[in-house]
Design a protein around this ligand. Structure first.
Ligand code: AMP
Ligand code: MG
Length: 321
């Protein structure tokens, strides 16, 4: 347990303090107009892994990244004309846009769960000023333990996260109390991925284009598909002694580097730290996703804390396809 500080967000000095804490990799709950979010520096993999740990999330689903506005959004995503109109009309506000991720985006892959898209939002209130001080985006899902009610006040946040996060920035009550609307602009229409504080008819009225409801027939979040994260080669899990022709994803000390040892080793965490391992997992899978790598073995990962989400992702990588 750590001591969770309460920072009244009353002035510029407080906003700078929150930015400073985020830049050090701390987890800080922040107010938005919808619900409180649990923020971490979106470029810092260990900090983002800490979000999943603190929330007790059993899987690495993609997170919404918060930006100051259009300029910062363009560092992370391709903003086409329709996306630009939605931003113009609804930001700052409770509308999240799923946009193509830029190849050079300074974003840790845990934020997008390895997807080629990123969900971006610019909230009302003090958060954009905090982000302007920070100079980059934060990832921020709702600031509650997984499966619990979304928090609309600092006290609600403390109810489930006290002792698990570094600080709560208290900016009063969130006004909407429901989540942001998530949409994907698609050139001549807008796909509604999650209903929320902005309604479909408000969006249609603003842009003069239809909003379609996603019917679930196409996969939008491939992270939910069992084999989406499968690299080219076959993946064996729970392996303590890899074969000579295997590439090995290690967790903790690597077994005897004998001549018959694995071909190559990607170390998730030498010291067996689950947060570090979580922050390196996507890089491990993509590094070993190559046409000439046929067999991948993965060390056992304990099923505790972040280990549950790591094992969930690994099981998808190993699933039959
Ligand atoms: P929350 O956990 O409340 O922050 O919700 C985040 C929501 O955004 C989840 O429903 C995610 O599936 C969705 N989301 C985040 N990033 C993406 C993305 N790149 N593509 C599709 N959906 C996304
Ligand atoms: Mg939530």
């Amino acid at each position: 347990m750590i001591e969770t500080r309460i920072i009244p967000l009353v002035d510029d000095a407080a906003e700078r303090q929150v930015a400073e804490r985020l830049s050090r990799g701390e987890l800080v709950a922040v107010p938005t107009e919808t619900v409180y979010g649990l923020a971490a520096d979106a470029a810092n993999g260990a900090a983002v892994a800490g979000i999943f740990e603190a929330k007790g999330r059993p899987r690495f689903n993609p997170l919404i990244a918060h930006v100051t506005g259009r300029d910062m959004a363009e560092r992370y995503a391709e903003v086409d004309p329709l996306a630009g109109r939605l931003i113009e009309r609804f930001w700052p506000g409770p509308l999240t846009l799923v946009l193509p991720l830029r190849g050079d985006a300074p974003l840790h892959p845990l934020v997008t769960a390895g997807l080629p898209t990123v969900a971006l939002r610019s909230a009302q209130g003090s958060l954009p000023r905090v982000l302007a001080h920070l100079g980059r985006a934060v990832a921020a899902p709702s600031a509650n333990r997984s499966g619990r009610v979304s928090p609309t006040t600092a006290a609600h946040v403390l109810r489930t996260l006290d002792g698990r996060i570094d600080a709560v920035a208290d900016g009063g009550a969130a006004t909407h109390g429901i989540e942001s609307t998530i949409v994907q602009p698609r050139g001549d229409h807008v796909m509604l991925l999650r209903p929320g504080a902005v309604t479909a008819s408000e969006i249609e009225a603003a842009i003069g284009l239809p909003v379609r409801r996603h019917d679930g027939s196409t996969i939008l979040a491939p992270g939910q598909m069992r084999s989406h994260y499968a690299p080219h080669g076959r993946v064996r899990l729970g392996v303590s002694q890899p074969d000579a022709d295997e590439h090995y994803i290690a967790f903790g000390p690597v077994p005897d580097a004998s001549p018959s040892g694995p071909r190559a080793v990607f170390q998730l965490s030498e010291r067996g730290d689950l947060r570090e391992a979580a922050s390196r997992l996507f890089e491990a899978l993509s590094t070993f996703d190559a046409p000439d790598i046929d067999r991948i073995a993965v060390a056992p990962i304990p099923m505790e804390g972040l280990g549950e989400a790591i094992n969930d992702r690994l099981a998808r990588a190993a699933a039959d396809r």
